[in-house]
Design a protein around this ligand. Structure first.
Ligand code: DQA
Length: 146
């Protein structure tokens, strides 16, 4: 079974971008950690990062044909994107929204997500482990009884 880890805009800069908020791990480091966890649980993962909203929409639409679920950090588009909300609504696989920082402890505009209501759930504030917990939950959803 395969899972998509989808990273939104500016997350390619992790490791150097606002490290006090987002931590010192690069995107490559985070992906390696997630890959190890997935492998140990007999899942395959694919990573996509894009700074372009339409490419994220395409990735979500295409994931429906090959992925069992998506762990998605929509980054800045969380707070603005009707197109991503519609894509998440349109596909039938579970999408878990994740954020490195605790968006509820930050500026007011970050506390609003256009996407959360269409996602299976949301994890925010645990640094790179927000992705890990999202991945764990997709695996749980797909392998265990509710
Ligand atoms: C983020 C939070 C967003 O508000 C911000 O725009 C990001 C990163 C996070 O992972 O904490 O780029 O999604």
């Amino acid at each position: 079974m395969k899972i998509l880890i989808l990273h939104g805009p500016n997350l390619n800069l992790l490791g150097t971008r606002e490290t006090d908020i987002y931590g010192k791990l690069s995107l490559v480091d985070i992906n390696l950690n997630l890959e190890e966890y997935a492998k140990n649980n007999n899942f395959e993962i694919k990573f996509i990062q894009s700074n372009i909203e339409g490419e994220l929409v395409n990735a979500l639409q295409e994931a429906q044909s090959w992925a069992t679920g998506v762990v998605f950090n929509p980054a800045g588009y969380t707070h603005t994107s009707v197109a991503l909300r519609d894509a998440i609504t349109a596909i039938e696989i579970p999408v878990i929204e994740v954020h490195l920082s605790n968006v509820y402890g930050r500026e007011e505009f970050r506390q609003k997500s256009l996407l959360s209501g269409q996602c299976a759930g949301k994890i925010t504030g645990f640094g790179w482990r927000s992705y890990l917990y999202g991945l764990m939950e997709i695996i749980e959803l797909r392998t265990k009884q509710p």
